[in-house]
Design a protein. Structure first.
Lengths: 654, 235
């Protein structure tokens, strides 16, 4: 049965235009146009759905694709560019390349902004392009009476470009018959969906979604947010380049009016209606909106007028529902957001586990202490390949202040290879800031940080991950709407090599790499005790599991130094014990160096080789656990006297 | 004062609470003990009306809660310091605290309570004009507890109050919990640090897979094998 669905779909798509002709419906033209918009919506989905970058000016890329085709493939206009009438089959690639290039150009200034600001920049870009096209129809440059360029018509101005050359294939009647167009667009659309689905399931697709979920965490997991976002813009735009050039050639004429703001909004509606991030959803959303716009509105108008004439109600005979299209789009969008915010086909936030039945398996086990597997063999092999001795991390005189508050003051700290160093101190002492400085999230005002001999100051977090430092976060930062397995796979991102082309074409080397990556991710999940949960969404895991998943993700980056920020916070004693064991195992078997922020003194004192204590950003003590426990300043500022009592004997309840 | 009877609650179709019953009497400190995922936080969320039970009912001073909106429930005198803090990151410490008192009828009581909170957590006074989001994790925890105290609730729900706090502050927090209890606030405490929780609580419930498997006085729980092995971490 499952095989039948796709096969039936293919047959239906292939048979449709013949049926249409036999019955005399004459809808092939409209359907082909609709499919162009569908292709646009799919391109937009890469930017909005996968990478989570709200783009309100996407129609600009559509315009660029269309005009690239128009300028290169129009026989009438007078500029040097025109008149050569290059072949459609060449122009379509140029159009896609130009769109991708402009995707990079508009992407570049938006790299540091997110959310509302990004949306506003793209909005501006979407306005600039049609205005520029309108005004470049009559360009005169005058320099003191000398006119090097006079009344040059670059874009056709308000009148647009007309006509645009058609594609030429021997024996195929592109001039007279809508059917070849239908098949041309069908092939382009099918190839695009194929390419997009492969991109989605690739290293790059995972990186996009990681950026969407949590850009900072993605950066600290080895994903370069800059190149990842630029690729989203460029690839998203390239699909609209294809769509635009086919649109121009099919319509035979383009005018700036076809690329207004409303087009961007309509495309966004298609994506959101169907479900951002879901290919099937976007196709569905585009179909619904196109059918509604092209068929239902006009047919209903006819119907209402007919009723009006039949009943003699003159108000009805003059109705034009197509003027109300934006009203209906808006209404539809409001309803979808209220009733099904994830879109019609979007992934549900929570998995459905077999109806309302008493489903014992769906409930997390009671405090079964996580069963840990052995350290994955591949990690052991990789760790053995690294040759290093002496200090791995060396921090000297690091200072950082925020406004007037000195968060770190001349802090020194060294982590030798294979050592576990505890970092403790009162709340607000600067421990997490220290982690942020080492991992590149915060740039120190002064001081040196070297790792394996090279300086880390000024490097971006993802570059530091690539050097071999991984971290976890105090307030867990997983990629909440990605699966447990995908979270770990994002960790492997910086150790994988497949390129964009490789992700689409999937040569044997990429297939092998992906398979190996999955094996490794699974072995890591088994190691931290999450083997049976790889398909769950990260956000649905209970707290302790989320902590362990974060550690698995960090290990996937193949670190030489692991920074753990309160790893046992919120865990019960059995879970804490298991995690402590796991940390010890990492050090013993991988000679991994570990820097540990932790408030559970049993853990810190139990596994640290040495401990540094921060207070108000200054290191007040450094020494072995035994020395630290006796240190008067540490007792005063941090441990308190209750700690001694607790360590001495466990007093019961009052 | 608070009563949950046979409460069944779901996340989607996953059953989080399966017939949970418990009660809290006026003036008590009651603690919920259980592993991650056992349903402790879900219980608190159900009391606050953030999750609707599919079966069973929740009542507070004889009034049904499970049909009310969260804002109404808070106005009845229940406040929570949530797990993971959830402070308002772009508002100052002072604004966060003032919002804690948003639903209070007695405007005159706010200033003294602010003073009380600052004497409990001097660090918050130092950071009074700083944005909540720029506080360290432990400081945010103090702010979340203080914000709940500012509501001057009859019943205070504390979800993992000691998480992320230094040992000295853990001691302080539990002392504060005892103090505010003595001043008349009833407390329902969810805490991984079962040792500390049992030390301050009068009674406790052990929760596994959404059900109460044991409830007794703290002293009795402290002696039980199940609690010692599973939640106190003794061998």
């Amino acid at each position: 049965m499952k095989r039948l669905g796709p096969a039936a779909l293919v047959v239906a798509l292939l048979a449709y235009p013949f049926v249409d002709r036999a019955v005399g419906l004459h809808t092939v033209h409209a359907v082909s146009d609709g499919m162009i918009y569908m292709l646009l919506a799919l391109g937009l989905n890469i930017v909005v759905g996968y990478a989570g970058l709200l783009d309100l000016g996407y129609a600009a890329f559509f315009a660029i694709g269309a005009y690239a085709m128009g300028l290169l493939n129009s026989p009438v206009l007078g500029s040097p560019l025109y008149g050569h009438a290059w072949s459609f089959w060449v122009c379509i690639w140029i159009a896609a390349a130009v769109s991708a290039l402009l995707g990079l150009v508009i992407g570049a200034p938006t790299l540091r902004v997110r959310g509302d600001y990004l949306a506003i920049i793209t909005l501006g870009f979407g306005e600039i392009i049609p205005v520029a096209i309108r005004n470049l129809g009559d360009v005169t440059i005058e320099i003191g009476g000398w006119r090097p360029i006079e009344r040059l018509n670059l874009t056709g101005g308000e009148n647009g470009v007309n006509p645009v050359g058609r594609p030429y294939l021997p024996g195929v009647p592109f001039e007279t018959d809508p059917m070849p167009w239908y098949f041309l667009i069908l092939v382009i659309g099918a190839l695009s969906i194929w390419a997009m689905s492969r991109l989605r399931d690739s290293r790059l697709g995972r990186a996009w979604m990681a950026i969407r979920e949590d850009e900072t965490a993605a950066d600290c997991t080895g994903v370069n947010p800059i190149s990842t976002k630029l690729l989203a813009f460029a690839l998203g735009a390239s699909f609209s380049g294809f769509a635009g050039s086919v649109y121009a050639a099919k319509l035979q004429a383009i005018t700036p009016g076809a690329f207004e703001f409303q087009v961007s909004i309509m495309l966004l509606c298609m994506v959101v209606l169907g479900g951002a991030g879901s290919l099937r959803g976007v196709v569905l959303g585009a179909m619904l909106i196109t059918i509604f716009d092209r068929v239902i509105l006009s047919q209903t108008t006819f119907l209402v007028r007919a009723i009006g004439r039949a009943t003699g109600v003159s108000a009805l005979t003059a109705v034009d529902l197509t003027l109300w299209r934006w009203f209906f789009f808006g209404l539809g969008l409001v309803l979808v957001m209220l009733l099904r915010p994830q879109g019609l086909a979007g992934r549900r936030v929570r998995p459905v586990a077999g109806g309302d039945a008493d489903d014992e398996t769906a409930v997390p086990e009671p405090s079964a202490p996580p069963r840990l597997a052995a350290v994955p063999e591949w990690l052991r092999t990789r760790a053995a390949g690294v040759d290093a001795s002496g200090a791995v991390l060396e921090v000297r005189g690091v200072t950082k202040s925020f406004g007037g508050v000195v968060a770190l003051n001349q802090v020194d700290l060294a982590v030798p290879r294979g050592a576990i160093i505890g970092l403790i101190g009162p709340n607000g002492a600067g421990k997490t800031t220290f982690f942020n400085v080492v991992t590149g999230l915060v740039r120190p005002d002064a001081g040196h940080i070297t790792f394996g001999g090279g300086s880390l100051v000024g490097l971006r977090p993802n570059a530091i991950v690539a050097r071999g430092i991984a971290r976890t976060f105090q307030s867990i930062r997983l990629f909440a709407h990605m699966s447990v397995l995908d979270n770990v796979l994002v960790g492997e991102h910086c150790r994988l090599e497949s390129s964009v082309a490789g992700a689409v074409v999937r040569p044997p080397s990429v297939v092998a790499e992906e398979r190996r990556a999955r094996e490794r991710a699974r072995s890591l999940l088994a190691f931290v005790g999450l083997a049976d949960k790889e398909e769950d969404l990260a956000r649905n895991l209970p707290y302790g599991d989320q902590r362990r998943l974060e550690i698995a993700r960090a290990l996937a980056t193949e670190p030489r130094l692991l920074l753990l920020d309160e790893p046992t916070a919120g865990m019960n004693p059995r879970e804490t014990e298991a995690l402590t064991e796991l940390i010890g195992l990492l050090r013993r078997e991988l000679t991994l160096s570990i820097l540990l922020i932790e408030h559970d003194m049993e853990v810190v004192m139990g596994i640290s080789d040495r401990i540094s204590v921060l207070d108000y950003g200054t290191r007040i003590a450094e020494g072995t656990p035994a020395e630290i426990q006796r240190h008067p300043r540490v007792i005063e500022a941090y441990l308190g006297t209750g700690y001694e009592a607790e360590a001495a004997g466990r007093s019961g309840p009052r | 004062m608070l009563e949950l009877a046979d409460v069944h609650a779901y996340y989607g179709n996953i059953r989080a609470l399966r017939g949970l019953s418990l009660s809290v009497e006026r003036g008590e400190i009651v603690t919920l003990i259980g592993a991650n995922g056992a349903g402790k936080t879900t219980t608190l969320r159900t009391i606050l009306g953030l999750i609707r039970p599919r079966r069973g009912h929740v009542s507070f001073n004889g009034q049904r809660l499970d049909t009310l909106g969260t804002d109404r429930i808070v106005r009845l005198g229940i406040a929570q310091s949530p797990e993971g803090r959830h402070i308002f990151p772009r508002m100052t410490v002072l604004e966060n605290l003032e919002l804690g008192a948003f639903a209070r009828p007695d405007r005159d009581g706010i200033a003294p309570d602010l003073e009380r909170v600052f004497s409990l957590f001097p660090r918050l006074r130092e950071r009074i004009a700083q944005k909540g989001g720029t506080l360290s994790g432990g400081e945010q925890q103090m702010l979340a507890i203080s914000r709940a105290l500012m509501a001057r609730p009859g019943l205070l729900l504390l979800d993992e109050p000691s998480m992320g706090l230094s040992p000295i502050l853990v001691d302080t927090i539990f002392r504060i919990i005892e103090d505010i209890n003595r001043q008349g606030t009833t407390i329902l405490l969810v805490e991984q640090n079962a040792r500390m929780a049992l030390r301050v609580a009068h009674r406790g419930y052990v929760i596994q897979t959404g059900r109460v498997v044991m409830h007794d006085t703290s002293a009795a729980l402290w002696r039980s094998d199940l609690v010692r092995k599973t939640y106190l971490g003794e061998k």
